[in-house]
Write a protein that binds this ligand. Structure first.
Ligand SMILES: [Zn+2]
Length: 279
C-alpha cells in the first residue's frame, strides 16, 4: 500500500489519500505544526483532530469537502493538547466533538488559563505580526502572517471562545459506515491522561495522534515547555503492541507518515529517557 499525495493548495499541510476515503493532512515542512486526518465512511465524514492554526483547520475542512463532497458528521480529538484542539471552535455546534473523559477534564481545567493567555497575548501579537508583514517577501509567509492577523483579531473580540469536546467516551467503539469502518480505541493514560487513536484494520492504517512522533528528541526531557507523559510505561507498551499489528501506515501526531521502525524507535526513546531514568 502506498500513500498518494493529492493536489491541494495549502500553506499548512500536504494532503495524502492513504486508501480510498482515508485522508491524512501532514504538516508541510515549511511550517511545522500538527497532523490531522479525515475519513469518508460513506454515510459519515469523520474529522480526526484539528490543527493549531485556525486557518489550517479551515483548509482541512475545505479539503474534506473537496475530496469527499460531504460535511463533517463528527470531530474526534485524539487528546486535549491545544495544537490538536484549537480548531474545535470553527465546527458548528450540531457536530459532536468526541474525546476521552480525561481529555475533556484536562481541556476544561486548562481552558481559563489558555483563554486568558490568548486574550493577553493578542495586542502584542497583532503588533508583532503587522510589523513582520511590512518586510516579509516570501508569499507563503505573507499569507501565514495575514491569517495570523485575522486569528489574533478574532481572539481580541468579545465573542471569541474555545470549544470543548462534548461527546465523551471511556471505552473503544466502532463506526461502521456504508463504505469504510473505523475503530476508535481508548488507550487511557500514555502521552496524556486520556489518549485515543483510530485504526482501519482492513486497510492497515492507524492514526496514532501524539502517541507517535516521526522524530523524538532527548532535549524534551529538560524542556519545561514539553509535557512529561503521565504514563510512559503504557506509552512504550502501546507503541510496541501497535508495532506488532498488521498495519502498514502509521500517521503520527507530528512529522511525516511512519512505519513500524518509528514506533520501535519511539518505544526505545521513552524507555531510555523516561522509564529507566525514573527507576
Ligand atoms: Zn500532544
Amino acid at each position: 500500500m502506498s500513500a498518494k499525495k493529492l493536489e491541494f493548495e495549502s500553506i499548512y499541510f500536504d494532503l495524502y489519500e492513504l486508501s480510498s476515503g482515508i485522508f491524512a493532512a501532514i504538516s508541510a515542512e515549511k511550517l511545522p505544526t500538527s497532523n490531522a486526518g479525515f475519513f469518508d465512511l460513506g454515510n459519515f465524514l469523520v474529522i480526526f483532530d484539528t490543527l493549531m492554526d485556525p486557518y489550517s483547520t479551515v483548509d482541512l475542512l475545505k479539503a474534506s469537502k473537496q475530496f469527499t463532497n460531504k460535511d463533517p458528521s463528527f470531530l474526534i480529538n485524539s487528546h486535549h493538547h491545544i495544537d490538536h484542539l484549537f480548531g474545535n471552535r470553527i465546527f458548528p455546534m450540531n457536530i459532536p466533538i468526541i474525546s476521552s473523559f480525561e481529555a475533556l477534564e484536562q481541556a476544561n481545567e486548562s481552558l481559563d488559563t489558555r483563554f486568558k493567555n490568548f486574550k493577553e497575548r493578542a495586542p502584542a501579537e497583532l503588533k508583532r505580526t503587522a510589523s513582520e508583514l511590512l518586510t516579509e517577501k516570501n508569499p507563503n509567509k505573507i499569507l501565514e502572517l495575514k491569517n495570523d492577523i485575522n486569528t489574533w483579531t478574532e481572539i481580541s473580540k468579545p465573542s471569541f471562545n474555545l470549544r470543548l469536546p462534548d461527546f465523551i467516551i471511556s471505552d473503544s467503539f466502532t463506526l461502521k459506515g456504508t463504505k469504510n469502518q473505523v475503530q476508535i480505541i481508548y488507550i487511557g493514560a500514555a502521552h496524556t491522561k486520556g489518549d485515543i487513536l483510530a485504526i482501519f484494520e482492513k486497510e492497515k492504517i492507524c492514526f496514532m495522534g501524539d502517541l507517535l512522533f516521526e522524530k523524538t528528541d532527548p532535549s524534551w526531557v529538560t524542556n519545561s515547555n514539553i509535557a512529561v507523559p503521565p504514563n510512559p510505561i503504557q506509552l512504550r507498551n502501546t507503541l510496541i503492541q501497535y508495532a506488532k499489528k498488521d498495519i502498514e501506515i502509521y500517521v503520527p501526531g507530528h512529522g511525516n507518515l511512519c512505519n513500524k521502525k518509528h514506533l520501535l524507535e519511539n518505544a526505545e526513546f521513552y524507555d531510555e529517557y523516561y522509564i529507566k531514568k525514573s527507576q
